[in-house]
Design a protein around this ligand. Structure first.
Ligand SMILES: Cc1cc2nc3c(=O)[nH]c(=O)nc-3n(C[C@H](O)[C@H](O)[C@H](O)COP(=O)(O)OP(=O)(O)OC[C@H]3O[C@@H](n4cnc5c(N)ncnc54)[C@H](O)[C@@H]3O)c2cc1C
Length: 594
């Protein structure tokens, strides 16, 4: 345990130097118990049986995230992994040392909760079948409120298992899956994905790693430039078999084991670890493949297509991680705002600070609704719904694109609300600011995700059509919400879809892809929050968030006039209060135009 001063308490007994002026943090809170929005939405998206069986574990993880995991995450961030390239005999037996805090977090994630296996087999958390996606991503959301770095190895092991189950032949499945699905942290095989090379991250077709088939096995030669979870036991990667065409169509998918069947190290080396801005607890490195043995996964000419399944699963998880970090920011910002005094008042009383808080809360709530909606679509797609599959096709990059972008100003805003202490590494805000930025890089930058949404999901797959139908149906069903507000949402939905279609149809409009993608995200989240507010017993305040999205993200406005109507001040009062609201109380605030 870190030998530093006690944390989590504004008043440290025995100190006489003004410690009680410092706002406390969220240490010791249960991040599930304090998340009313999450608890309401889980009742909507999880069947009652699953909710009943799993709530104990949500609560348990919520307590860990505000407690032990949070402590471990802080220590692991301060003690990043260290690469040892050779052993003492000079053999290239590279290995990475992790701090005991990281190892303890692994035990919680892979041993106790079995995040990596919960979608693939029964047995995790006492379930008699794999967990629904809604439950898995909820658990990720709770975990990441404490620890972000380790979620990469957790998630990429989960997604590697998915690819091997779906595309590998029976022999490879039998070889890898029992090891990867194990819950014995000491012996299990964890997965990862190495795609990016110096020649190309976005431009995957530029990959230069080659695969040669000789003496009955594939051998890979090349240089992977960004390899997170660098010492994983099995990596999925793309390489070009000799003689295959240039570009993406010539890429095949391989599984690269760290150790060969006879126990020797495979012929690749981790040559160095990256010195990173964030995700410091987890090791990202560079890897040189020197004729390494690998197993072909699926068809040799479908490598990228297969790999995109992993990319899309990771994108969804990244959206969830951004939602989680934004929630942590909200929790921290609220504690500061309620306890820090300036000029004789708590800072929560100042109008400008209240506005800042709303700017943190709004994107956090949008992403919560969007990730649960996407996870629900995944569950329905897995159950055979082709509409839900199309829905997931567009929701995944939408969530990744917008939530990961929002996470950056939200983290900065939460840091600012803590004042100067927010910049100091012994408070979580500094780490949240550092960690937030990776979300716009890995699994595709913002541009790449926006192009995926507009050119491919809208233009080619027409996935916006089922999105439109689903959102319209939700609006039709939300009859308790004032009709004028639902009409405004409907009209804005139409305009957003028309804009997206126009950009998709005309290559000259490509520069507007991000704007169009943002519009779709915002209107989808506004409709969802309206529909959620309309549920019996739900917190109707979600409809006020929907109106904020409408006015501040989707409506035209003059930068030189105040853009809040008379409705916004009472709405802010209600949103910043610690209670829930009824529809009767807020209905009037949805009616008037700003
Ligand atoms: C810490 C860290 C860990 C990582 N871990 C992994 C890992 O484990 N496995 C892995 O495979 N990769 C990993 N990556 C790599 C990451 O996915 C890439 O860095 C990312 O996809 C961007 O690729 P690039 O760096 O080559 O940038 P580039 O592709 O060169 O992009 C540079 C800029 O050009 C823009 N751009 C490119 N094409 C277009 C276009 N058509 N239209 C408009 N703009 C465009 C991009 O948006 C970006 O702003 C990691 C990266 C980091 C930083």
């Amino acid at each position: 345990m870190d030998a530093r001063s006690p944390r989590g308490s504004a008043v440290v007994p025995g100190l006489r130097h003004g410690a009680d002026h410092i706002a406390p943090d969220c240490a010791g809170q249960n991040f599930y118990a304090i998340d009313r929005g999450l608890r309401d939405l889980l009742r909507l998206y999880l069947g009652p049986d699953d909710f009943q069986r799993l709530e104990y574990h949500f609560d348990r993880l919520g307590a860990l995230a505000g407690g032990r995991l949070d402590e471990l995450a802080r220590i692991a961030d301060r003690h990043p992994p260290v690469l040892h390239p050779r052993d003492r005999f000079g053999r290239d037996e590279d290995w990475i040392d992790y701090h005991a805090a990281y190892r303890e977090m692994e035990q919680i994630a892979f041993g106790d909760f079995q995040f990596h296996a919960m979608s693939h087999r029964a047995g995790a958390l006492g379930m008699d079948r794999p967990l629904p996606a809604v439950a898995k991503y909820t658990l990720q959301y709770l975990f990441v409120q404490a620890e972000f770095g380790l979620m990469c190895p957790i998630s990429v092991t989960d997604t590697s298992i998915h690819l091997i189950r779906k595309f590998a032949d029976a022999e490879l499945r039998e070889y890898l899956l029992p090891k990867m699905l194990s819950d014995d942290v000491a012996t299990m095989w964890k997965g990862t994905q190495f795609m990016t090379e110096r020649a190309g991250g976005s431009d995957v077709g530029a990959i230069e790693t080659t695969a040669r088939y000789e003496a009955g096995e594939w051998r890979l030669t090349g240089d992977k430039w960004f390899c997170s979870h660098a010492d994983a036991d099995v990596a999925l990667l793309l390489a070009r078999p000799e003689g295959a065409p240039a570009g993406t169509s010539g890429l095949a998918l391989f599984a690269l084991p760290r150790r060969l069947k006879d126990g020797r190290r495979n012929a690749y080396r981790i040559v160095r670890l990256k010195d990173k801005l964030g995700t410091r607890s987890m090791a990202s490195g560079e890897i040189v493949l020197e004729g390494a043995v690998a197993y072909l996964v699926g068809a040799a000419d479908r490598g990228l297509k297969q790999m995109m399944e992993q990319v899309n699963l990771s994108r969804l998880s990244h959206g969830v991680r951004a939602a989680a970090m934004m929630r942590r920011c909200v929790n921290e910002a609220m504690v500061c705002a309620r306890t820090r005094s300036a000029f004789g008042k708590t800072i929560l009383e100042y109008p400008l600070l209240r506005r800042q808080l709303l700017k943190i809360m709004l994107p956090a709530e949008q992403s919560l609704s969007m990730f649960l909606f996407a996870a629900d679509a995944m569950d329905r797609a897995n159950a055979g719904s082709s509409d839900a599959e199309s829905l997931l096709r567009i929701l995944t990059p939408l969530l990744k694109f917008r939530a990961c972008r929002d996470n950056i100003p939200v983290a900065t805003g939460a840091m600012e609300i803590r004042g100067g202490n927010g910049y100091i590494e012994e408070w979580v805000q500094a780490r949240l600011v550092r960690d937030a930025h990776i979300g716009v890089l890995w699994e595709g930058t913002s541009n790449i995700n926006a192009l995926d949404i507009i050119i491919r999901a809208v233009g080619k797959s027409r996935a916006h059509k089922p999105l439109q139908a689903t959102l319209e149906k939700l609006l039709d069903q939300a009859t308790v919400i004032p009709a004028s507000f639902r009409d405004r949402l409907r009209q804005t939905l139409d305009r957003s879809l028309q804009f997206a279609e126009r950009v998709a149809a005309d290559p000259m409009e490509e520069e507007h892809a991000r704007q169009a993608a943002g519009g779709l995200y915002h209107i989808a989240s506004a409709v969802l929050m309206t529909s959620e507010a309309a549920q019996a017993g739900a917190d109707a305040r979600r409809a006020l968030y929907a109106r904020l999205v409408l006015e501040h993200r989707l409506a035209p406005r003059d930068p030189l006039t105040p853009h809040d109507g008379a409705w916004e001040q009472p709405a802010t009062e209600i949103l910043l209060s610690e209670r829930i609201a009824s529809l009767d109380e807020i209905a009037g605030l949805l009616q008037a135009r700003a």
